[in-house]
Design a protein around this ligand. Structure first.
Ligand SMILES: *Cc1c(COP(=O)(O)O)cnc(C)c1O
Length: 358
């Protein structure tokens, strides 16, 4: 197997892939594969409801929240959030911590008034703004954050106090990686393809009373209430993606739930950050220490030539996806939930060995 450090779509747990393979052609005695079942039939409905209930269980989602499965990726949520919650005359607050928050802001600017309540752009998004660098007015429509900055390798370790305003989080790259208090949020969204499953489904967790106060004028598919009122079966859902999501959630449950996943993620990240910190500056982490992400470890080498040698050799050794995002360069190891400890150990060993040779 490859050592898969891809940023997304990303590694999935091997036992999940094997289980999917084993039941693919004849799903639970139906004589059909999962992708051939009607989304209106009871076999698929059980799969659908199982994935949903596992999310409630693993993330301890309170009953007054809806869990929705929508399409269009996190990128459609950039637009759907302001379309539903940025009424005319009101202002939405965006805290900028990287490229994805910038993209979210851009969509909101098309819909209404926006305010940048904090930003770490001045140091190339290498940190997370501290509470005294954040400004939120009680009359803001909502506050939007990106909980983990996939490209820059930073992560909110303590969410901002939203001053009574609904907090909206793009958790695409760290959902299910650690326990969260869902009741802190008005809305959480996450494309599945980093920590939850394959591309094609986006999970939305939304507080019901806030959802019901949303704008009514939007096209049917772009209203959260449409999906909530139809158990996310208003139109044909991405059945295979939701099925696989359910399997990934079962896998996480089997590990011991999000607390166990967190312990594993901490240990994995520690291996790589130690290799950086103990390298006497040979490897330099992009993120400032307190802001380091447990999901995306970003670093550079002293010069471009050495860096491309490192990336070339890493590739030859079977490490996939270690090159940084095209917008920032450098190196990045994405170590989502399903990336095994052994892959991180192998990369750590390679980093140490490469350094000793160069
Ligand atoms: C990957 C990613 C996105 C984009 O997701 P799509 O599903 O491709 O639209 C948005 N936000 C974050 C934080 C991401 O990591």
């Amino acid at each position: 197997m490859a050592y898969n450090f891809n940023a997304g779509p990303a590694a999935l747990p091997l036992p999940v892939l094997e289980a999917v393979q084993a039941e693919f052609v004849n799903f639970k005695g139906t004589g059909m594969s999962i992708v051939e079942l009607s989304h209106r039939g009871k076999d698929y409905e059980a799969v659908h409801n199982h994935a949903k209930s596992m999310l409630y269980k693993l993330l301890s989602i309170p009953d007054d929240y809806e869990v929705l499965f929508v399409q269009g990726g996190a990128s459609l949520q950039f637009a759907m959030v302001p379309m539903n919650f940025l009424a005319s005359g009101r202002t939405a607050n965006y805290i900028l911590t990287g490229s994805w928050s910038e993209k979210a802001l851009k969509e909101a600017e098309k819909i209404g008034n926006t305010y940048i309540g904090g930003s770490s752009e001045d140091r190339n998004y290498s940190y997370i703004p501290s509470p005294d660098q954040i400004q939120i007015e009680p009359d803001h429509a909502y506050v939007h954050i990106t909980s983990n900055n996939t490209i820059f390798g930073t992560q909110w370790h303590q969410f901002p106090d939203p001053n009574g305003v609904p907090l909206v989080a793009d958790m695409s790259s760290d959902i299910l990686s650690r326990p969260i208090d869902v009741s802190q949020f008005g809305l959480i969204y996450a494309g599945a393809q980093k920590n939850l499953g394959p591309a094609g489904v986006t999970v939305v967790i939304i507080r019901r009373d806030w959802m019901e106060a949303a704008a009514d004028k939007n096209p049917i598919m772009l209203k959260y209430t449409t999906h909530a009122n139809a158990n996310s079966l208003y139109n044909t859902p991405p059945t295979f993606a939701i099925y696989l999501l359910g399997k990934v959630l079962d896998w996480a449950d089997g590990l011991g739930g999000v607390e166990a996943v967190l312990a594993q993620n901490k240990a994995k990240a520690q291996l790589l950050y130690d290799a950086i910190d103990e390298s006497d500056g040979f490897y330099q982490g992009h993120a400032e220490r307190e802001a380091r992400s447990m999901m995306n470890v970003t670093f550079t080498l002293a010069d471009k030539e050495l860096e491309s040698k490192f990336l070339q050799e890493a590739k030859a050794r079977g490490f996939v996806g270690v090159n940084g995002h095209r917008s920032v360069g450098g190196c990045r190891a994405s170590i989502y939930n399903a990336v095994p400890m052994e892959a991180c150990e192998a990369l750590r060993d390679f980093m140490i060995e490469f350094r000793s040779r160069n």
